[in-house]
Design a protein around this ligand. Structure first.
Ligand SMILES: Cc1cc2nc3c(=O)[nH]c(=O)nc-3n(C[C@H](O)[C@H](O)[C@H](O)COP(=O)(O)OP(=O)(O)OC[C@H]3O[C@@H](n4cnc5c(N)ncnc54)[C@H](O)[C@@H]3O)c2cc1C
Length: 371
């Protein structure tokens, strides 16, 4: 049968684009596989990964540990390094052959380049930078009940236009983060979404899944003529960027450090040091040139969920909260008792951060010495 993205009934299963670089799986892939498992269970279908590279079989089975049922592996020297042409061709051909109903990509540089190209070729929709995904209507309603001010009890979600119970509901910030929009792609398949690194939670690793996963090597066609760009060399950024996404403790600074920028950053670094964590920041701090952009937490920065997030002199704008409100514990230090950050903080300290933080550092050191 010829490919027809409007023939909804012909599409089945949830797919995740499994991004690897230099033969190493990107951590976001495990987050997406974990989320894909949830969606596949809601639909009662299989979860499949699609992995492209050169000799990448060795990293495929691990995907089973996070919930994948099957992984389609495409090996070729032409797929060793990412190029838009080669990856788009192989993925589009695979989608035409196997017809997944949902396809998720990480919103990495590669995912942001690849997903729109594939969506355009396949004539389907793509929702970029999603922060929440649902198929199940009850789950979606619950998400709205707890995370929005929509009057869900008096809202009719049924629609004549599409089956609300089987379509992927893709939620993302809109209008500069001032509201959240939920988008569906009811008329074409696959429904495609990109999700930023760190947004979805990784499931606990299950060794049994590794034993059960099915690894498939479909036939495919790809020749040098299909690839119009040549990767001559891969040069890694010399500077080591801060690893906010993997950190368990994050101490973030905001414009509240303005009266002594260097002193404020030094205090945050010392606090992060005693906790074994890293330093993040609000966008105001990056915009002012006080810290580099890799430290920024929030809607246009990184999405983090550490064990403990300490916000020093950060007001708590919605765009900042969007990147850290899923942290296990939030501690806010702010001299304004009405700062919105206190609304989501588990512990709040009203005071001058330059006075409060040295006391915090001292008591943590004491507690550590006693332990
Ligand atoms: C499209 C868009 C995307 C955005 N994306 C992001 C994003 O990703 N991340 C982000 O952070 N922002 C983002 N923003 C900006 C966001 O709206 C806020 O402007 C920003 O978060 C404010 O940063 P801040 O809290 O550090 O500064 P402010 O809002 O100025 O707050 C400073 C806080 O410090 C407190 N303070 C001052 N002195 C002290 C002191 N000595 N001790 C203790 N507290 C003190 C003040 O009471 C105040 O609450 C975005 C905005 C837009 C429009």
């Amino acid at each position: 049968m010829a490919y027809n993205s409007a023939d909804i009934a012909a599409f089945k299963n949830v797919w995740v684009f499994c991004e690897q670089r230099q033969g190493k799986m990107m951590p976001t892939t495990f987050e997406l596989i974990s989320e894909g498992r949830k969606l596949a269970d809601e639909l009662g279908v299989e979860l499949c990964g699609i992995l492209l590279g050169d000799d990448v079989d060795g990293i495929a089975a691990e995907l089973g540990g996070y919930g994948a049922d099957r992984v389609y592996v495409y090996n070729s020297p032409l797929l060793k390094d990412y190029t838009t042409d080669a990856y788009t061709k192989v993925i589009v051909d695979a989608v035409e052959e196997f017809k997944p109903e949902i396809m998720i990509y990480g919103a990495s540089h590669i995912g942001r380049d690849l997903a729109p190209r594939c969506a355009a070729r396949l004539h389907t929709g793509l929702c970029a930078d999603c922060t929440h995904l649902d198929v199940d209507l009850n789950g979606y309603v619950e998400f709205l009940r707890t995370g929005s001010n929509v009057d869900v009890d008096n809202t009719n979600f049924e629609t004549k236009m599409f089956d609300v119970n089987t379509n992927l509901k893709m939620t993302r910030p809109a209008f500069g983060g001032h509201l959240m929009a939920t988008i569906v792609c009811p008329r074409f398949r696959p429904a495609m979404a990109t999700v930023r690194p760190g947004v979805m939670k990784r499931r606990p690793f299950d060794e049994e899944g590794v034993k059960k996963i099915e690894i498939v090597h479909p036939d495919f066609e790809l020749s040098a003529e299909d690839v119009k760009t040549e990767v001559v060399e891969v040069v890694k950024a010399a500077k080591k960027l801060v690893d906010l996404i993997g950190a368990e403790y994050i101490v973030s600074v905001g414009r509240g450090i303005a009266k002594d920028v260097d002193g404020g950053i030094a205090l945050a670094e010392e606090l992060a040091d005693v906790l074994g964590g890293v330093v993040g920041s609000s966008r105001a701090v990056v915009d002012a040139g006080w810290m580099t952009a890799d430290h920024q937490v929030g809607q246009t920065g990184k999405t983090v969920h550490p064990k403990v997030y300490i916000a020093l002199g950060i007001s708590g704008a919605i765009q900042h909260k969007a990147g850290m409100q899923e942290s296990e514990y939030i501690i806010a230090v702010n001299k304004d008792e009405n700062a919105p950050m206190f609304e989501i903080a588990d512990y709040g300290i009203v005071g001058d951060l330059f006075k409060v933080v040295p006391l915090l550092i001292e008591s943590i050191k004491e507690a550590k010495a006693e332990a």
